[in-house]
Design a protein around this ligand. Sequence first.
Ligand code: WT7
Length: 652
Amino acid sequence: MNDASSGISSMMKELRVFPPPPEFARQAHIRGMDQYKALHARSLKDPEGFWGEAAAELHWFRKWDRVLDWKLPDSKWFAGGKTNLAYNCLDLQIQRGRGDHTAILWEGEPGEVRRLTYRDVHREVCRFANGLRQLGVRQGDKVTLYMPMVPELAIAMLACARIGAPHSVIFGGFSAQAIVDRVIDAESHYMVTADGGYRRGSVVPLKANVDEACAKTNLVKKVVVLKRVGQDVPMKSGRDVWWHDVVESASADCPAEPLDAEHMLYLLYTSGSTGKPKGIHHTTGGYMVYTYLSAKYIFDLKPDDVYWCTADIGWVTGHSYVVYGILCNGVTCLMYEGAPNHPAWDRFWDIIQRHKVTKFYTAPTALRAFMRQGDEHPNKHNLSSLKLLGTVGEPINPEAWMWYHRVIGKERCPIVDTWWQTETGGALISPLPGATTTKPGSATMPFFGIDADIVDKNGTSQAANVGGFLVIRKPWPGMLRGIYGDRERFERQYWSEVPGVYFAGDSARRDEDGCFWIMGRIDDVIKVAGHRLGTAEVESALVSHPKVAEAAVVGIPHDLKGQAIAAFVTLRVGAAPSDAMKKELTEHVGRTMGALAKPEQIRFTDALPKTRSGKIMRRLLVEIATKGEVKGDTTTLEDFSILSKLATKDEE
Ligand code: WT7
């Protein structure tokens, strides 16, 4: 199974199949393959009809003139239409009689529980939206959110959406430098943070990181600080204000702003193959319709669901499937603040039992960690409320899939393995739980409106089981509209590798049944615990250390994290390799980027293997980091002696 022109071959063979459980299929929105196939065919043949009907399930202040305008690589969805995503998540649900239904069911890491009904969230969103306006935030102003997993994060996002101020959420595990880079790129003058958040029993010093960031840029005019942990934090007068003071006098009457369908909803930064994170630009109408419909069908959402996605809102999964796609379906969304193993390894299963969670969506890396801790943790709890399980973020190994199926789902819950990206806005390839026969390790089939294909570099479709590049041939409503401030990069990254189609950057194959098997990234992006990191970003973090001359970073397989980072470092003259040096560099990367980016291995080397044109041969570094030697093709290598030196240098 090797294809000459893409050079991608697939080794995996997984033969187990799991048809949808009949009791599930009977009650599902989409009840069988025939229905899926008919709807999918229709959605491709008549996208305007299909998406127009989906959009009509939601509220519009003004109906669109056209469902789709498409001029490669730009697409406009529902042009001329005016809507508001916060209105659809809240006001519409209240009008539909869901006002007293729990919208957000939150559990803090220390154990406190808060329930906010749709009416409660509506009130708090209106007050905070008015508060933001009082601080000077206007339609189009970008608001940076750097917060723990508390209801106020969702409230702040919805408040921004309500007044048309795009948000830029920064994951709370990122460092001060990451805040600076994103604030500058987004030209954001407003920020919302908290005094801290709980993680594994300790306090994450969010406000301190914000202060450090604000010392490096004077762009930020106002910082709203939520009191979460009650820790003393310095408040800079004229700049910092407490959340509770902002909302205290704010009116709960804040009509939602009718916004153009293409109005920017948010920027979310993600890593690519250069050192600079990309601000992925999502808009209002199309994103709303796509996350709404995909959540409804993929999670088979029903009015009484207690849905729980364990992702942090700082990632796109949280944007689409903790907040927007879930609330505009009117169901209860559970949010948990802290770590999966605090105070013990059964925390998730305990939460599922106590809150009677029905739909559970998590990451393969978490499942592998649970698996390793043993079945006794889930087995202590009654998991019979569960109806459906999901995964996202990286390929799930069949072993972890089977464990999830057996130990968590008790062989009665369908598993939806959802493939998507920050750029795609919502899941593009996923089983529909009442229709699709699942296979451990496969994300199975494209969602409605998604024309996915496997191609070689000329854009030619590949035969069954031949590896190639995963592309999407037609626009879909949730797709990114650009990289903020970088048109050229947008065109180059997604639209020029294979002309005329969206290039995802993943390799994959499609089997004889039409199921997609994602193999991994083909660019310099590493997925550490399902999170995206660019090798170039980690390299520039290393090189920013005064004792480092040069660095190369590769992803290596890791039992729990899927991939981990191996770094090859050349020190400056006068600096000596040592264990202390390794530690110093690891901490330095942690401080510069965030703990997620800390290398697993650091090897010191006098030189790096490069091609004659000076490009680092990462493939060889991967071989050295994983096997300790190089067997692959080295014909383009400039200096062969480097390899033997690298191979003999042990990492400890
Ligand atoms: C990359 C996108 C989607 C939200 C979280 C990640 C990988 C994602 C799967 C899956 C195999 C997957 C791909 C993709 N990926 N989901 N179900 N099976 N691979 O978003 O950080 O933008 O990363 O994650 O490589 O390109 P992201």
